[in-house]
Design a protein around this ligand. Structure first.
Ligand code: SAM
Length: 271
Protein backbone atom coordinates (compact mmCIF):
# COMPACT_ATOMS: atom_id res chain seq x y z
CA UNK A 1 0.00 0.00 0.00
CA UNK A 2 1.11 3.59 -0.67
CA UNK A 3 2.28 5.82 2.18
CA UNK A 4 -0.54 8.39 1.91
CA UNK A 5 -3.36 5.85 1.79
CA UNK A 6 -1.82 3.83 4.61
CA UNK A 7 -1.56 6.94 6.83
CA UNK A 8 -5.13 7.97 6.05
CA UNK A 9 -6.41 4.52 7.10
CA UNK A 10 -4.79 4.93 10.52
CA UNK A 11 -5.82 8.60 10.89
CA UNK A 12 -9.44 7.48 10.45
CA UNK A 13 -9.22 5.20 13.48
CA UNK A 14 -8.71 8.33 15.63
CA UNK A 15 -6.81 6.36 18.24
CA UNK A 16 -3.61 8.39 17.98
CA UNK A 17 -2.87 11.90 16.74
CA UNK A 18 -1.85 12.31 13.09
CA UNK A 19 1.58 13.63 13.96
CA UNK A 20 2.29 10.59 16.16
CA UNK A 21 1.16 8.23 13.39
CA UNK A 22 3.50 10.01 10.96
CA UNK A 23 6.39 9.65 13.40
CA UNK A 24 5.71 5.94 13.89
CA UNK A 25 5.59 5.24 10.16
CA UNK A 26 8.80 7.21 9.59
CA UNK A 27 10.39 5.10 12.34
CA UNK A 28 9.16 1.83 10.80
CA UNK A 29 10.57 2.91 7.43
CA UNK A 30 13.91 4.12 8.94
CA UNK A 31 13.29 7.49 7.28
CA UNK A 32 12.63 11.01 8.48
CA UNK A 33 9.24 12.73 8.37
CA UNK A 34 10.10 14.68 5.20
CA UNK A 35 10.39 11.41 3.30
CA UNK A 36 6.69 10.63 4.01
CA UNK A 37 5.56 14.01 2.74
CA UNK A 38 7.91 14.04 -0.26
CA UNK A 39 7.09 10.52 -1.49
CA UNK A 40 3.42 9.88 -0.52
CA UNK A 41 3.03 7.44 -3.43
CA UNK A 42 5.87 5.09 -2.35
CA UNK A 43 4.82 1.55 -1.50
CA UNK A 44 5.42 0.43 2.09
CA UNK A 45 7.15 -2.99 2.23
CA UNK A 46 5.21 -5.64 4.21
CA UNK A 47 8.05 -5.96 6.76
CA UNK A 48 7.76 -2.20 7.50
CA UNK A 49 3.97 -2.45 7.79
CA UNK A 50 4.42 -5.21 10.38
CA UNK A 51 6.93 -3.10 12.26
CA UNK A 52 4.59 -0.12 12.15
CA UNK A 53 1.69 -2.15 13.60
CA UNK A 54 3.90 -3.30 16.50
CA UNK A 55 4.97 0.28 17.24
CA UNK A 56 1.38 1.51 16.90
CA UNK A 57 0.16 -1.07 19.42
CA UNK A 58 2.91 -0.18 21.88
CA UNK A 59 2.00 3.49 21.61
CA UNK A 60 -1.70 2.63 22.20
CA UNK A 61 -0.49 0.83 25.30
CA UNK A 62 1.06 4.13 26.50
CA UNK A 63 4.70 3.51 25.59
CA UNK A 64 6.13 7.03 25.24
CA UNK A 65 6.96 7.96 21.66
CA UNK A 66 10.42 8.95 22.92
CA UNK A 67 11.14 5.35 24.05
CA UNK A 68 10.06 4.01 20.67
CA UNK A 69 12.24 6.57 18.89
CA UNK A 70 15.00 6.23 21.55
CA UNK A 71 15.30 9.99 21.36
CA UNK A 72 13.86 13.17 22.84
CA UNK A 73 14.61 16.77 22.00
CA UNK A 74 15.30 18.99 25.00
CA UNK A 75 16.67 22.54 25.05
CA UNK A 76 17.33 22.22 21.29
CA UNK A 77 19.52 19.14 21.76
CA UNK A 78 18.75 15.49 20.99
CA UNK A 79 19.02 13.06 23.88
CA UNK A 80 19.18 9.28 23.68
CA UNK A 81 16.63 7.80 26.12
CA UNK A 82 15.59 4.30 27.12
CA UNK A 83 13.37 2.63 29.72
CA UNK A 84 15.95 3.37 32.46
CA UNK A 85 15.61 7.13 32.10
CA UNK A 86 12.76 9.55 32.54
CA UNK A 87 11.74 11.17 29.25
CA UNK A 88 12.94 14.81 29.47
CA UNK A 89 9.97 17.18 29.85
CA UNK A 90 9.67 20.66 28.27
CA UNK A 91 8.63 21.95 31.74
CA UNK A 92 12.18 21.24 32.96
CA UNK A 93 13.77 23.63 30.43
CA UNK A 94 13.13 26.55 32.79
CA UNK A 95 15.59 24.96 35.20
CA UNK A 96 18.32 25.05 32.55
CA UNK A 97 17.57 28.70 31.74
CA UNK A 98 17.73 29.63 35.42
CA UNK A 99 21.00 27.73 35.89
CA UNK A 100 22.55 29.48 32.88
CA UNK A 101 21.41 32.88 34.22
CA UNK A 102 23.08 32.12 37.54
CA UNK A 103 26.34 30.99 35.90
CA UNK A 104 26.60 33.87 33.41
CA UNK A 105 29.87 35.81 33.81
CA UNK A 106 31.15 33.36 36.46
CA UNK A 107 34.06 30.93 36.18
CA UNK A 108 35.32 27.70 37.77
CA UNK A 109 32.31 27.13 39.97
CA UNK A 110 31.46 23.61 41.13
CA UNK A 111 28.07 22.61 39.75
CA UNK A 112 26.20 19.46 40.76
CA UNK A 113 23.17 17.71 39.22
CA UNK A 114 21.61 15.09 41.51
CA UNK A 115 19.39 12.49 39.85
CA UNK A 116 20.69 13.24 36.38
CA UNK A 117 18.68 10.55 34.49
CA UNK A 118 19.40 11.02 30.78
CA UNK A 119 21.71 13.91 31.72
CA UNK A 120 19.46 16.37 29.90
CA UNK A 121 19.72 19.16 32.50
CA UNK A 122 23.46 19.22 33.18
CA UNK A 123 24.40 18.53 29.55
CA UNK A 124 22.21 21.42 28.34
CA UNK A 125 23.86 23.68 30.94
CA UNK A 126 27.41 22.48 30.19
CA UNK A 127 26.89 22.75 26.43
CA UNK A 128 25.99 26.43 26.86
CA UNK A 129 28.56 27.33 29.53
CA UNK A 130 31.92 25.60 29.36
CA UNK A 131 33.54 27.61 32.19
CA UNK A 132 32.47 25.55 35.22
CA UNK A 133 33.29 22.17 36.84
CA UNK A 134 30.38 19.80 36.40
CA UNK A 135 29.46 16.68 38.41
CA UNK A 136 26.31 14.60 37.85
CA UNK A 137 25.02 11.71 39.93
CA UNK A 138 22.24 9.15 39.91
CA UNK A 139 21.30 6.19 42.07
CA UNK A 140 20.65 4.17 38.88
CA UNK A 141 23.75 2.80 37.12
CA UNK A 142 21.64 2.12 34.01
CA UNK A 143 20.59 5.77 33.87
CA UNK A 144 24.21 6.87 34.29
CA UNK A 145 25.22 4.82 31.23
CA UNK A 146 22.68 6.79 29.21
CA UNK A 147 23.81 10.14 30.66
CA UNK A 148 27.46 9.35 29.83
CA UNK A 149 26.53 8.42 26.28
CA UNK A 150 24.64 11.73 25.88
CA UNK A 151 27.54 13.71 27.38
CA UNK A 152 29.89 12.11 24.81
CA UNK A 153 27.49 12.85 21.94
CA UNK A 154 27.31 16.50 22.95
CA UNK A 155 31.05 16.75 23.69
CA UNK A 156 30.54 18.10 27.21
CA UNK A 157 33.00 17.69 30.09
CA UNK A 158 31.08 16.28 33.04
CA UNK A 159 32.09 13.80 35.76
CA UNK A 160 29.54 11.12 36.58
CA UNK A 161 29.11 9.27 39.84
CA UNK A 162 26.71 6.67 41.16
CA UNK A 163 25.35 7.85 44.50
CA UNK A 164 22.25 7.70 46.68
CA UNK A 165 21.76 11.46 47.19
CA UNK A 166 25.02 12.71 48.83
CA UNK A 167 26.33 9.39 50.22
CA UNK A 168 29.14 8.89 47.65
CA UNK A 169 29.78 12.53 46.76
CA UNK A 170 33.25 13.61 47.92
CA UNK A 171 33.22 16.40 50.51
CA UNK A 172 33.44 19.51 48.37
CA UNK A 173 31.52 22.75 48.15
CA UNK A 174 29.16 23.57 45.32
CA UNK A 175 27.97 26.97 44.15
CA UNK A 176 25.05 25.60 42.16
CA UNK A 177 23.09 22.39 42.71
CA UNK A 178 20.28 21.46 40.35
CA UNK A 179 17.91 18.54 40.86
CA UNK A 180 14.77 17.11 39.40
CA UNK A 181 14.36 14.34 41.96
CA UNK A 182 11.28 12.06 42.12
CA UNK A 183 8.35 14.08 43.47
CA UNK A 184 5.12 12.22 42.69
CA UNK A 185 2.83 10.43 45.12
CA UNK A 186 1.87 6.76 44.58
CA UNK A 187 -1.61 7.90 43.49
CA UNK A 188 -0.16 10.22 40.82
CA UNK A 189 1.82 7.25 39.50
CA UNK A 190 -1.49 5.57 38.49
CA UNK A 191 -1.67 8.00 35.53
CA UNK A 192 -1.50 5.67 32.45
CA UNK A 193 0.75 7.97 30.39
CA UNK A 194 3.68 7.41 32.79
CA UNK A 195 3.25 3.70 33.51
CA UNK A 196 6.27 2.65 31.40
CA UNK A 197 8.67 5.19 32.91
CA UNK A 198 10.90 4.05 35.79
CA UNK A 199 9.07 4.21 39.13
CA UNK A 200 12.29 5.10 40.95
CA UNK A 201 12.48 8.25 38.79
CA UNK A 202 9.05 9.43 39.76
CA UNK A 203 7.66 8.32 43.12
CA UNK A 204 8.78 9.78 46.44
CA UNK A 205 6.87 8.48 49.44
CA UNK A 206 3.30 9.32 50.43
CA UNK A 207 3.46 13.07 49.84
CA UNK A 208 6.06 13.06 47.06
CA UNK A 209 8.55 14.92 49.25
CA UNK A 210 10.66 12.15 50.77
CA UNK A 211 13.60 12.73 48.36
CA UNK A 212 13.63 16.51 48.72
CA UNK A 213 13.39 16.33 52.51
CA UNK A 214 16.41 13.99 52.66
CA UNK A 215 18.23 16.14 50.11
CA UNK A 216 17.68 19.29 52.21
CA UNK A 217 18.80 17.46 55.37
CA UNK A 218 22.08 16.48 53.73
CA UNK A 219 22.89 19.46 51.52
CA UNK A 220 24.27 21.97 54.11
CA UNK A 221 27.77 20.46 54.22
CA UNK A 222 28.16 20.72 50.45
CA UNK A 223 27.39 24.41 49.95
CA UNK A 224 29.62 27.43 49.30
CA UNK A 225 28.93 30.52 51.41
CA UNK A 226 27.16 31.85 48.35
CA UNK A 227 25.06 29.18 46.71
CA UNK A 228 22.01 28.55 44.58
CA UNK A 229 19.78 25.47 44.60
CA UNK A 230 17.31 24.95 41.77
CA UNK A 231 14.82 22.16 42.46
CA UNK A 232 11.99 21.07 40.19
CA UNK A 233 8.70 20.30 41.96
CA UNK A 234 5.04 19.56 41.48
CA UNK A 235 3.09 22.87 41.51
CA UNK A 236 1.05 21.58 44.52
CA UNK A 237 4.22 21.17 46.60
CA UNK A 238 5.00 24.88 46.57
CA UNK A 239 4.07 25.59 50.24
CA UNK A 240 5.37 22.33 51.74
CA UNK A 241 8.71 22.60 49.98
CA UNK A 242 9.13 26.21 51.13
CA UNK A 243 8.50 25.04 54.70
CA UNK A 244 11.17 22.35 54.37
CA UNK A 245 13.63 24.82 52.81
CA UNK A 246 13.12 27.28 55.70
CA UNK A 247 13.59 24.45 58.22
CA UNK A 248 16.90 23.16 56.84
CA UNK A 249 18.37 26.34 55.28
CA UNK A 250 16.87 29.03 57.53
CA UNK A 251 19.05 31.93 56.35
CA UNK A 252 18.42 31.50 52.67
CA UNK A 253 16.31 33.43 50.21
CA UNK A 254 13.45 31.46 48.63
CA UNK A 255 11.80 32.15 45.28
CA UNK A 256 9.22 30.20 43.31
CA UNK A 257 9.63 30.18 39.54
CA UNK A 258 6.86 29.35 37.08
CA UNK A 259 7.17 27.16 33.97
CA UNK A 260 5.93 28.02 30.46
CA UNK A 261 2.39 27.00 31.46
CA UNK A 262 2.49 29.45 34.38
CA UNK A 263 2.64 26.61 36.91
CA UNK A 264 4.88 26.86 39.99
CA UNK A 265 7.70 24.59 38.84
CA UNK A 266 10.96 25.50 40.55
CA UNK A 267 12.04 26.42 44.00
CA UNK A 268 15.18 28.56 44.01
CA UNK A 269 16.97 28.60 47.35
CA UNK A 270 19.95 30.92 47.47
CA UNK A 271 22.35 32.75 49.75
C1 SAM B 1 12.52 12.72 37.79
S1 SAM B 1 13.96 11.85 37.24
C2 SAM B 1 14.86 13.21 36.54
C3 SAM B 1 15.86 12.85 35.48
C4 SAM B 1 16.49 14.07 34.78
N1 SAM B 1 17.23 14.89 35.71
C5 SAM B 1 15.44 14.89 34.07
O1 SAM B 1 15.18 16.02 34.52
O2 SAM B 1 14.87 14.42 33.08
C6 SAM B 1 14.76 11.54 38.78
C7 SAM B 1 16.10 10.84 38.72
O3 SAM B 1 16.58 10.73 40.06
C8 SAM B 1 17.18 9.47 40.25
N2 SAM B 1 17.10 9.13 41.68
C9 SAM B 1 16.07 8.58 42.36
N3 SAM B 1 16.39 8.43 43.65
C10 SAM B 1 17.66 8.91 43.80
C11 SAM B 1 18.55 9.01 44.91
N4 SAM B 1 18.18 8.60 46.13
N5 SAM B 1 19.78 9.52 44.69
C12 SAM B 1 20.16 9.93 43.45
N6 SAM B 1 19.35 9.85 42.36
C13 SAM B 1 18.12 9.35 42.53
C14 SAM B 1 16.39 8.53 39.36
O4 SAM B 1 17.12 7.37 39.04
C15 SAM B 1 16.09 9.44 38.16
O5 SAM B 1 17.06 9.31 37.16
Amino acid sequence: MQILQYLKNFYQLKQLGQSEIDHLLALALHKNLNYLYKYPEKIIPISCQKKFVKLYQKRLNNWPLAYLQKNKEFYNLNFFVNKHTLVPRPDSEILVTQALNYLANKKNLNVLDIGTGSGCLIISVAKNNKNQNYLATDISKDALKVAKKNARTHKTKIKFLSSNLFTKIPRQKFALIIANLPYLTKEQMLEPSIKHEPKNSLVSGKDGLRHYEKFLQQVQNYLNDHFCLLLEMDPQQNKDLQTLAKKYLPNSKIEIIKDLNQQNRLIKISH
